[in-house]
Design a protein around this ligand. Structure first.
Ligand SMILES: O=C[C@H](O)[C@H](O)[C@H](O)COP(=O)(O)O
Length: 239
């Protein structure tokens, strides 16, 4: 019983920290902006708050979604959306992360399988801002979170062999309420890989050279990370 209470309060604290980070990011959004809308539970809070801000302040803002989920949430919250080919620039992208390395601000993303579209929107944005709760910040990337690779289904066996040859530990991400693998918004599968991440920039480039890999979840071009805490937010900039 006591154990149950502790874990519920931990969830509540994490949710509060996500909210703190999302609210802080909202201050960066100005009238007339085109905003990249990341995916995941933290960004979902940001999208809901952005919807309220647009209505209350009668702002002209468009969102560029990074997933089916962020698209339907944006529509539900009254955020007009545009596709990539309908906008010349993305002024800012706000997205979550699974791990943030404190000093370098390098990230692992794709815990929800959305990292391909996220990388396109986040990297093409003029400013890429990440919002996380404090549990996501680590000293060294990749010790507890695998790097997700989005992979064409027909290529999976050769991609697995290639990863094993490179001393990585890959596994196909399996669905929970469906038989077989997780299928991404793009119709591909995800291979999660534990590997040596001492040189994230190099690995980010190298993984995409494996034929069959569409995109990997290492992100190394972040401008700012907003970390939510109980009573404050912390802004991480590259050292
Ligand atoms: O594919 C999912 C995304 O990369 C998410 O941004 C990431 O998994 C973090 O999600 P959450 O905010 O739910 O922890």
């Amino acid at each position: 019983m006591a154990k149950g209470r502790r874990s519920k309060s931990k969830t509540t604290n994490t949710e509060h920290e996500k909210y703190m980070a999302a609210r802080e990011a909202l201050n960066l959004i100005k009238d007339g902006m085109i905003v990249g809308l990341g995916s995941g539970t933290t960004t979902n809070i940001f999208i809901e708050e952005l919807g309220k801000k647009i209505t209350e302040e009668e702002l002209s803002i468009f969102g560029v979604p990074t997933s089916f989920e962020s698209r339907i949430l944006a529509i539900k919250n009254g955020i007009p959306i545009v596709s990539l080919d309908q906008c010349d620039v993305i002024d800012i992208a706000v997205d979550g992360a699974d791990e943030v390395e404190r000093k370098s601000l390098n990230l692992i993303k794709g815990g929800g399988g959305c990292h391909t579209m996220e990388k396109i929107v986040d990297y093409y944005a003029e400013e890429f801002v990440v919002i996380v709760d404090s549990s996501k910040v680590v000293d060294m990337l990749g010790n507890k979170t695998p790097v997700p690779l989005e992979v064409l289904p027909s290529a999976y066996s050769f991609v697995l062999k290639e990863l094993l040859r490179r001393d990585a530990a890959p596994s196909i991400r399996m669905a929970e309420r469906k038989r077989g693998p997780v299928i991404t918004d793009n119709g591909n599968i995800i291979i999660d890989v534990f590997m040596d991440l001492k040189e994230p920039e190099k690995m980010e480039m190298e993984l995409n050279t494996i034929p069959g890999v569409v995109e990997n979840g290492i992100f190394t071009k972040v401008n700012k990370v907003i970390v939510g805490h109980k009573n404050k937010v912390e802004i991480l900039q590259k050292e």
